[in-house]
Design a protein around this ligand. Structure first.
Ligand code: ADP
Ligand code: MG
Ligand code: MG
Length: 193
């Protein structure tokens, strides 16, 4: 069950991971994109940390909404609106449910509604789908989170900037799948799962 305390902890840990791995995420994006994924998300993380202390949301819905709005307005690029949609959809779902799987499914729906990516297109969706499946089956592990990122290496990108490279996108990790792996690892660390 999600609650204000574990969700706050989750968002705090997530922002810390993004800031710590800023250079690495941008390095991944240099190989198959424009090299800004870490910088984009770090900008969002800094703004979110600030927003969480200033606004002090007092329920899960407001916390998720604030997270989504902050990411949309600060991250930019493709990933800003995508992560933003994920959190805003999760905020909406949290008005009806405290079940983590329900929230994550709504989040994925938000990402897919905006970005139209299906499984196997080498995007963050390839991280979200297996994780949600495992959350439902109650067998999520750190290994599964990491393995799912690795599976993007052999995929050919058919969405986003990396798709401009065609076959040359093969052989590299998708940066957005990696940043989503931080989202899900910190979800476990915070005890949300
Ligand atoms: P930009 O490509 O605009 O520079 P970022 O570098 O911040 O944006 O984000 C790139 C990441 O966004 C990719 O690695 C991929 O995971 C994700 N992404 C791009 N397009 C889509 C899409 N249509 N659906 C889902 N995720 C996407
Ligand atoms: Mg980029
Ligand atoms: Mg960019």
């Amino acid at each position: 069950m999600v609650n204000l305390e574990n969700m706050k902890k989750w968002m705090t840990l997530f922002t810390e991971q993004l800031l710590e791995n800023k250079a690495y995420l941008s390095e991944l994006d240099t190989a198959i994109g424009d090299g800004d994924h870490g910088n984009n998300l770090a900008r969002g993380a800094t703004a979110l940390k600030e927003a969480l202390t200033v606004k002090e949301p007092d329920n899960v819905t407001d916390l998720l909404k604030l997270t989504g709005m902050t990411l949309v307005s600060k991250v930019g690029g493709a990933s800003g609106p995508l992560y933003g949609s994920a959190f805003i959809s999760m905020a909406k779902a949290s008005q009806e449910s405290e079940d983590l799987a329900v929230l994550l499914e709504a989040g994925l729906e938000g990402v897919q509604k905006r970005g139209k990516a299906m499984a196997g297109e080498k995007t963050m969706v390839d991280e979200w789908i297996p994780v949600i499946e495992a959350v439902k089956n109650k067998n999520l592990t750190t290994e599964l989170i990491e393995k799912s990122v690795e599976k993007t290496i052999d995929m050919k990108a058919t969405k986003g900037r990396a798709s401009y490279l065609g076959d040359r996108s093969i052989g590299h990790i998708d940066p957005g799948a990696m940043s989503s792996s931080y989202l899900f690892k910190t979800m476990m660390e915070a005890g949300v799962y």
